[in-house]
Design a protein around this ligand. Structure first.
Ligand code: PMP
Length: 337
């Protein structure tokens, strides 16, 4: 007796991806899925670009590959000789750890106590050295201490190279491709693109593709309350202590250019939790904090999005890295209860 394949099996079979030469080649070409349960298409259509499908589990695989492969191609990095030094508390560190392992490069990742034990363990499993620094005594922020330590390492470790994700054009360039994938998957330009801003690599790359192709897409950048990316925070914002990593920054990234975003939306940690938990409840997607930020911005956008519009939300990582925070009832209760 022949058993008919289920719809799901049949769909997967027709969409099978060709074989890849190695794991690094699987970076990109992430799925774009309709979010019709959360956003009924009768109002406007929303698609989520699921970046957790990258082999390192986040959108930062794209930036890491772009920066490392460029440095390898110019001879700045030499396999078996060079050491990559970077400041990251999470996704970029993991992405670099996999790439450095693949290309036989050493990696020292400078992180801070907010880096989860799981992220540190993943980086170490790939062979990276992880150094944890304390808060800067003057500003109370971690970033100045992390950058100071990076500079010390650059001066002391032979053949050390700092990709510098906040200022490296190849971080942004990688995301021209992210936007191209969205454009090609939809066979049209979305009316609105919602993305989270951290180093602003995603923002700049997507916006530059949109400008180069002369697309009518409006870019909505989602930032954290208290972040300085798009200007000094208001006084009430400064009192808001951000704990969810990913979006927002304590410095204005050197990559940022005026006019890249058509609209900026600022969200709190609680908005991220609300966005993540709604996405999980309605769409069965376990997403990370900045995905929750973007979804929460979309949930509040129905007053200004024109009916019938097509929107894309970039979902930068998965929720597995946030089980002790966003998806922990006791954490949510203790912070917002
Ligand atoms: N979301 C997550 C989970 C991230 O790790 C990052 C990178 N810090 C971002 C959003 C922001 O992306 P970008 O650095 O390209 O602005």
């Amino acid at each position: 007796m022949t058993v008919a394949p289920s719809d799901a099996t049949a769909r997967a079979a027709t969409a099978a991806r060709p074989r890849d030469p190695d794991i690094i080649a699987t970076i990109g070409a992430t799925p774009l899925v309709a979010l019709d349960r959360l956003f009924p298409p009768a109002l406007f259509q929303v698609y989520g670009k699921c970046e957790r499908f990258n082999p390192g589990g986040s959108i930062k695989d794209r930036a890491a590959r772009s920066m490392i492969e460029h440095a390898l191609s110019t001879g700045v990095l030499m396999p078996g000789i060079s050491t990559v030094v970077e400041s990251s508390s999470g996704n970029l560190g993991i992405a670099l750890a996999q790439l450095c392992n693949f290309y036989r490069l050493d990696l020292i990742c400078v992180a801070d106590p907010r880096t989860t034990a799981q992220n540190t363990a993943i980086m170490r499993a790939y062979g990276a050295t992880v150094e944890i620094v304390d808060r800067d005594p003057e500003t109370g922020e971690y970033l100045p201490s992390r950058i100071r330590r990076v500079r010390e390492l650059l001066n002391t470790v032979p053949d050390a190279y700092w990709p510098n994700q906040y200022g490296n054009e190849y971080n942004a360039l990688a995301h021209q491709h992210t936007m191209r994938e969205i454009h090609e998957a939809l066979s049209q330009a979305p009316d609105h693109l919602f993305l989270a801003a951290g180093t602003t690599g995603t923002l700049r790359g997507c916006a530059e593709y949109i400008a180069a192709e002369d697309l009518p897409t409006q870019v909505v950048a989602v930032d954290a309350v208290g972040s300085v990316i798009f200007g000094p925070p208001e006084s009430w914002e400064r009192r808001h202590r951000r704990t969810i990593p990913g979006h927002g920054a304590a410095v204005v990234p050197a990559l940022l250019r005026p006019g890249l975003a058509d609209r900026v939306v600022k969200v709190t940690d609680l908005d991220c939790v609300r966005g993540c938990r709604t996405l999980l409840a309605k769409e069965s997607i376990l997403a990370g904090g900045s995905s929750g930020a973007v979804i929460s911005a979309l949930m509040d956008a129905s007053s200004w999005i024109t009916p019938g519009a097509t929107c894309v939300a970039i979902l930068p990582d998965g929720g597995d890295r946030y089980l002790d925070t966003i998806y922990s009832d006791s954490w949510v209760e203790s912070r917002f209860g």
